[in-house]
Write a protein of this length. Structure first.
Length: 250
């Protein structure tokens, strides 16, 4: 069996999670250095990511409605959780079975990847960079990337793609039912193997799943590229602001 899709998805997801969390931290540091007020820094950071937060929470709402699960609450206001993490928004649903709970939880990632794929391919033109990346043609990559920035409304679509991709990862609360789904899939796999249809499933379903994972890996690669474009400048600006404020303090 081929595993390139699983490998691509795993590597890009891990890389994206690391860069996303680091970039979020640097952005909050940037707003704090500008305002010197932690509460105001959180508000500004939340406003910056608001389009993505709105799509994230509405994705939960949409799947809850489709799955006939009543809503108990909806909020777009940021708040600090007891564990010290920042919650940018929330949707509370009535208690339901683990399958519908898991589907509602994964909704932001499902819808977010669709939107990021559409914006990245059709409005940012990121798919034109793929041949340069696959061939490791770094000399041709930068000129082509600069050409893309000349497209109409490029920076608007860049911003929207960033905010949506940066908030599409399900939170810990969104993932609370995933363990039950994993156990159910594990039991199904064991039963299928014992029933003698495991090889048939591997030959028929795995190629489709592998291709889907490869596609998700490419979409996450778009999101990772956008985050990397922002990460280095923001890190540099924060270092300059920190040094400037230290110099003024002395």
């Amino acid at each position: 069996m081929a595993f390139e899709g699983l490998i691509a998805f795993g590597l890009t997801l891990l890389s994206f999670l690391v860069i996303q969390r680091w970039l979020h931290h640097e952005m909050q540091v940037f707003f704090y250095l500008l305002t010197r007020r932690s509460n105001l820094a959180v508000i500004l950071f939340s406003i910056l990511l608001l389009p993505g937060v709105v799509l994230h929470e509405l994705s939960h709402v949409l799947f809850a409605k489709l799955l006939c699960v009543p809503l108990r609450g909806f909020s777009l206001l940021p708040r600090m959780l007891p564990n010290g993490q920042l919650q940018l928004g929330s949707v509370q649903t009535s208690k339901t079975d683990f399958l519908r709970d898991a589907l509602i939880g994964v909704a932001p990632f499902f819808i977010g990847t669709l939107v990021v794929s559409h914006l990245g391919s059709n409005y940012l033109g990121l798919k034109t960079l793929l041949p340069f990346l696959l061939q490791a043609n770094w000399q041709g990559l930068l000129p082509q990337a600069l050409v893309l920035t000349q497209q109409p409304d490029f920076w608007l679509w860049f911003y929207l793609t960033f905010t949506i991709s940066s908030t599409m990862i399900p939170s810990a609360a969104d993932r609370r039912a995933w363990w039950a789904v994993a156990v159910a899939l594990g039991i199904f796999s064991v039963v299928a193997f014992l029933a003698g249809i495991g090889q048939w499933l591997a030959l028929t379903l795995w190629p489709l799943l592998n291709r889907a994972l490869l596609t998700l890996g490419l979409i996450l690669g778009m999101a990772l590229t956008i985050h990397l474009v922002l990460a280095i400048p923001i890190w540099g600006i924060n270092r300059l602001l920190f040094r400037a404020q230290r110099a003024l303090a002395h």
